[in-house]
Design a protein around this ligand. Sequence first.
Ligand SMILES: Cc1cc2nc3c(=O)[nH]c(=O)nc-3n(C[C@H](O)[C@H](O)[C@H](O)COP(=O)(O)OP(=O)(O)OC[C@H]3O[C@@H](n4cnc5c(N)ncnc54)[C@H](O)[C@@H]3O)c2cc1C
Length: 310
Amino acid sequence: MALSVLDKRWLLEQFQDRVQFDEPMSRHTSFKVGGPADAVVSPESILELASLVHYCRRNGLPYLVVGDGTNIIVRDQGIRGVVIVLTIGFNGIDRVEEKDDEVIIRSMAGARTRSLCRYAIRHALKGMNFALGIPGTIGGAIAGNAGTTQSSMAEVVDAIEVFEPSGNVVRYLKKNLCFSYRRLSWKTAELPIILTGYFKLHPTDATQLKKEASEIMKRRLAKQPAGSPCAGCFFKNPSSGVSAGELIDRAGLKGESVGGAQVSSKHANFIVNTGSATAEDILLLMERIEKNVFRIFGLHLEPEVKILGY
Ligand SMILES: Cc1cc2nc3c(=O)[nH]c(=O)nc-3n(C[C@H](O)[C@H](O)[C@H](O)COP(=O)(O)OP(=O)(O)OC[C@H]3O[C@@H](n4cnc5c(N)ncnc54)[C@H](O)[C@@H]3O)c2cc1C
């Protein structure tokens, strides 16, 4: 449902220059593709977020939250309704608790994952180095259980606070969260908005931590294509044990392209935008990869990247 004149007026009154109408989502995704969202809104406080969600629900406007858009593709026709971005008002990181060998760090959902990694290194705290080089926000990282072969958010999250559609802020301890491979599942159809993550880290030797950090970054830079817009690994690794990248490579698809979308010749599980890609190009290439991998290996590849819009 498109926004009415009244909706636009209300949004402008509440959010002034923190609302953009018909905003190209290509400006909010690392793939640099995606049609316009009816409105992109940046609330700065929980009160503002609450009144926005309340307004959307009361008026039947769809809404969704995105972080830095590094794990999404927005289709070329864009997104109807309101896209909520938390990077302006929800980005603090601080130490909230210390006991024995544990330190609890609180990070708001709009803070960058790299900021939390740097905070941990600066304070000689072990646990976050695995996430070095993962772009995006803490909210996006928790929502997708971002990680590497070394670890994932599920290993370091101690608790989270979410804003539920009903308007309540609820704290979930880790034992009550349903993390799985690149996923955090909820029982409700209407997804809560992640506000804060609490991370359990451990004091360690600062020099050793920095050394490990630079090795991790070196390995990452050597493996992944630099420069071209993308969303990281496109497909989840199947449970069969062979990585998605290896399957795509063995299917002879490195360098395969549709329009401006191309399978990276450096890392076969990266689809890159060579400059002129549309979301449709990327999705057609995705389908071609899925079909070929299934035909050759009998395995279904599942996208890790979330496809939004229409
Ligand atoms: C070069 C590159 C390398 C990458 N390497 C890795 C890697 O090693 N490992 C890995 O796991 N990922 C990797 N990624 C993917 C991506 O960076 C991560 O998944 C990241 O954590 C997504 O964060 P984001 O803020 O960009 O989320 P977005 O892409 O904006 O959103 C992703 C999903 O999370 C939801 N979401 C976002 N914020 C919230 C919130 N506050 N509450 C509820 N839901 C929310 C969105 O609705 C969407 O469904 C890489 C991406 C790139 C471009």
